[in-house]
Design a protein around this ligand. Structure first.
Ligand code: GLP
Length: 244
């Protein structure tokens, strides 16, 4: 779906999320959202905050699972995805703190494996993710599923691609400060979501968006795995769609 501007697109995506939250509320069910970080979803979160403050949208029945977190990473660090999510969304809405799930970048190394298994189990215990919001990295990653990620991968400890670390360098004041590892939901975790919306804005994403949508399905571009998901939309602005 191609829009003139990312703002117009983000408002529509936020509306879809709000409608889902309200539908689930009416039938007394939790609404399970998979959330992402980075610059791409910021305007969606802004619009959700506006809908909460000005139109009374409640998040009391919402349960969230974030895609990823750097490792190691302290929660209070301003570069953490934990900080990002609270700053852009959770601090401004009425979500119950116990309903927020973000991979923990402080889990001790020996416990990561079990921690990741438990993260996937917790998602399953809610009946899976109803709506998964995604961005895309220039390596074709979704979450932090870098090239080489297996289609059946679950939540796990991963090594970041050099391109990904370079792209993150400015927010860490230099590439040397960017963590080399992360915890990410797996491709299988993501593909089990009932609905997936991937956001892509700007010319820097045009090349990878073309590969993701039109290229052959390959682990070299993990976003191509979404081609086989039956309820995925790529929501793009005109620049990001310009190579299609
Ligand atoms: C990071 C995140 C991804 C995100 C990507 C794109 O690598 N782990 O989930 O999609 O960045 O970021 P941006 O939206 O800033 O382009």
């Amino acid at each position: 779906i191609i829009f003139e501007s990312s703002l117009e697109a983000s408002i529509l995506v936020a509306k879809e999320i709000a409608n889902l939250i309200e539908r689930k509320e009416e039938i007394n069910e939790p609404c399970v959202l998979g959330l992402s970080t980075g610059s791409s979803p910021i305007k969606v979160y802004e619009e959700l905050v506006r809908l909460h403050k000005e139109e009374g949208l409640s998040f009391k029945n919402v349960v969230t699972f974030n895609l990823d977190e750097y490792y190691p990473m302290d929660k209070n660090n301003i570069q953490s995805y934990h900080y990002f999510m609270h700053d852009h969304l959770f601090n401004h809405i009425d979500i119950l703190p116990e309903n927020i799930n973000i991979p923990d970048g402080t889990v001790c190394f020996e416990e990561i494996r079990q921690y990741c298994i438990d993260y996937d189990m917790k998602i399953k215990s809610y009946g899976g993710i109803d709506f998964q919001l995604l961005g895309i990295g220039r390596t074709g990653h979704i979450g932090f599923n870098e090239p080489g990620s297996h289609i059946n991968s679950g939540t796990r400890h991963v090594t970041l691609d050099h391109v990904t670390r370079r792209d993150a360098a400015s927010s860490f004041l230099g590439i040397d400060n960017v963590p080399r590892k992360a915890i990410t939901m797996g491709i299988d975790t993501i593909r089990r979501a009932k609905r997936i919306v991937l956001l892509g804005w700007g010319i820097s994403k045009a090349k990878v968006i073309k590969k993701a949508i039109e290229g052959e399905i390959t682990s070299n571009v993990p976003a191509t795995y979404l081609q086989e998901h039956n309820n995925t939309s790529f929501v793009l602005d005109s620049e990001a769609s310009s190579a299609l």
